[in-house]
Each structure stands twice: as structure tokens, then as C-alpha cells.
Design a protein around this ligand. Structure first.
Ligand code: GAL
Ligand code: CA
Length: 343
């Protein structure tokens, strides 16, 4: 009898512990579209340290590129009310509306980042926000950097206008189809060249889904057809540029460690990830436009602080003045070439 009582007591105690452990409420739960993404990993590292500094607890679920998986993870977090804020790096941005509806129904604020919901979905939410980069600016900045090399549109530099036809023969490696950064970077890198007065001939463009592997394959296909015609390559991110450059090095078209001006044509990326920077140092990547993970992480951590403490995003919120729609913070990065790298 005594033993039984003791066992029951022990059992109840462990049950209690179990419940209280699994019932721990995080300040924020993160839902990440793909654990293998270079830029998103660097962003998460920054967020991690910012949240630690603020004493905010968090957990992370990875979706391995599946919206179905991410929906299940979100449904569970919403049902268990296991976090005060949902921070969503959405797989498919068109799924945002249903996520926002569910979060609203549970009175949970949701902060999207890096992968933007449609603006109308964001605005329809009671407490839905977005932090990302400024892809329109990044596209333009890629063109502005190329303009420095090609010189005046009416008298292009013969080093870069290799066939001397007065036009820029351009290749574009695009990220994921439908991603806001793909669409806007790809559009504005070209329109900005036109705005600056250049004549542009897009000889090839290809989606390479942000990865080195697909960047390598895409450049292989393009180079096999157009090798001597290429005068400029814009990549929507550094990983694809790195993949493309790996192919060009394997093909002995580019030489690692050579002076950047001696390579056959300039390749320009976006992100300024560590690997991107190392390819600039190696004289392979001409330059990149920084996707500022540090500044985005800061804004994300600030949102999480506010939202997890139940505060309103109003004039008191440090980024409020920059939020044109009251919902979105976009962070502009700087242009980086070899001369900007100190070490
Ligand atoms: C972009 C970034 C890419 C990739 C993508 C994922 O902003 O430039 O490298 O990380 O986000 O959504
Ligand atoms: Ca030309």
C-alpha cells in the first residue's frame, strides 16, 4: 500500500514535470524554409545572438522546402500555444494568407522574414509584419557597379564591350521563381542599365534556385553555347555566382588568384556571405551587394521583443518611421568590391 502510494506520487510528479517541460512557452518559434540556405543560415546565426542578448527564448523548425511540412509545424505550435510569436521564413509565399488567418484566430502575432507574403495578405492580418532586404535597390546597385566598368554608354570600354557592338551582352542567373528577391533583382538590374543609357542584349537567363550546384549547371549550359559572347553576368545571389565561377574555373576560363580585371568578364552577386567575400578576395567575383543579415537580424529581434511582450507596434517602435505600410521593414545594403575588404 505504502509502495503503491509512493509510486502514484512519483508518477504524478513525473507527469507534472513532463507537462511543465512540454508546456514551456518560448518567446518565439522560428519556421525556416530550408536548412541548407547559406544566407538564411547566416541570418539565423545573427538572430540567435541578438535574442540571447535580449534574454528571449526560441526554438526552430525546418521545413526542407515543403510547405506541407511547414504548415504542420505551424499548426502544432498554434494548437499548443507553445510560443508567444511565430517567426516565419515561409516556403511558398502564396500560403501566407492561410497562416495569417490561423494566427489571427489564436491571437498570435506573426513576423515573416526574408520571404515576403503578398502585401494585401500582410495588411489583412491583425498582427502580421515582414522584415527583408531591398531587392529593387540591389538590382539597381548591381547595374550601377557594372556601369563603372563599361564606362559611358556612347563609348563603351573596349575591355568590357568585347565584340565592340556598343551593347552589353548580359547573362542573368535567377534565384527561385516567384520569390520577390528573384523577380525584383532580375527586373531592376536590367531596367537600371537602360535608365543609365546602355543598350542591353540578354543572351541567356536561367533559374538556379539560389544554390551553388544549380549555378554551376546553369553556367555550364550557358557557357557551352555562348562562351565568347558573354560580357557580364548578374546573379541574384552569391551562392549561384560561386557555383558559376566554380564551373568557369574548372573550365580554365577563370583563374583563381588572378587580378580581377584579367578575367574574361565580370560576375556580380548579391548577399556578401562569407563565401561570396572569399571569392572576391580570390579575384573571381567582381563584387556583390550586401544583403545585410546583421541589420535585418536586429530589426527581427526588436519585433520579437515588442511582440512577445504584448506591446503594440506604434510610434514607440524604433523602426516605425521606416515602415511605409506600417508592416514592413526593408533593409538596404552596401556595394562591396575588393577595395572594400580590409583583411
Ligand atoms: C534571398 C537571398 C538568397 C536566399 C533567399 C532565400 O534574400 O539573397 O541567397 O537566401 O533569400 O529566401
Ligand atoms: Ca558588346
Amino acid at each position: 500500500m505504502k509502495n503503491n502510494l509512493r509510486n502514484t506520487a512519483l508518477f504524478s510528479l513525473s507527469l507534472l514535470l513532463l507537462i511543465s517541460c512540454s508546456g514551456v512557452k518560448q518567446d518565439v518559434s522560428f519556421f525556416i524554409y530550408n536548412e541548407a540556405d547559406t544566407f538564411v543560415s547566416s541570418l539565423m546565426n545573427q538572430i540567435h545572438s541578438d535574442l540571447n542578448q535580449k534574454g528571449k527564448s526560441f526554438d526552430i523548425s525546418y521545413a526542407s522546402l515543403s510547405q506541407v511540412t511547414q504548415n504542420e509545424q505551424l499548426a502544432q505550435a498554434i494548437e499548443n500555444k507553445s510560443a508567444k510569436v511565430l517567426a516565419v521564413n515561409i516556403v511558398d509565399r502564396l500560403s501566407a494568407s492561410s497562416i495569417i488567418t490561423k494566427a489571427d484566430a489564436a491571437s498570435l502575432p506573426v513576423l515573416f522574414f526574408n520571404r515576403a507574403p503578398l502585401e494585401e495578405d500582410l495588411l489583412a492580418g491583425k498582427s502580421a509584419y515582414y522584415v527583408g532586404t531591398d531587392p529593387t535597390y540591389e538590382g539597381k546597385a548591381q547595374a550601377d557597379l557594372a556601369a563603372k566598368l563599361f564606362g559611358y554608354p556612347s563609348s563603351l570600354s573596349s575591355t568590357y564591350d568585347k565584340n565592340g557592338d556598343g551593347k552589353i551582352q548580359l547573362v542573368i542567373l535567377k534565384g527561385e521563381q516567384g520569390h520577390q528577391d528573384t523577380e525584383l533583382r532580375s527586373r531592376y538590374c536590367v531596367t537600371e542599365l537602360y535608365n543609365l543609357g546602355y543598350d542591353v542584349d540578354i543572351i541567356a537567363s536561367s533559374y538556379a534556385n539560389w544554390t551553388k550546384e544549380e549555378g554551376y549547371e546553369a553556367m555550364k549550359d550557358i557557357y557551352e553555347k555562348y562562351s565568347s559572347q558573354i560580357e557580364l553576368v548578374f546573379c541574384n545571389n552569391d551562392d549561384m555566382a560561386v557555383g558559376a565561377l566554380n564551373y568557369l574555373v574548372d573550365k580554365k576560363a577563370f583563374t583563381k588568384g588572378a587580378d580581377i580585371t584579367s578575367q574574361p568578364f565580370p560576375v556580380i552577386g548579391v548577399d556578401a556571405t562569407n563565401i561570396g567575400i572569399s571569392y572576391i578576395k580570390d579575384g573571381l567575383l567582381y563584387g556583390t551587394i550586401k544583403n545585410d543579415a546583421t541589420a535585418q537580424a536586429k530589426a527581427i529581434a526588436e519585433f520579437i521583443s515588442y511582440l512577445s511582450e504584448g506591446k503594440k507596434i506604434d510610434e514607440s517602435f524604433p523602426y516605425y518611421g521606416q515602415m511605409a505600410d506600417g508592416r514592413t521593414v526593408s533593409v538596404k545594403g552596401i556595394t562591396i568590391t575588393k577595395k572594400d575588404i580590409t583583411e
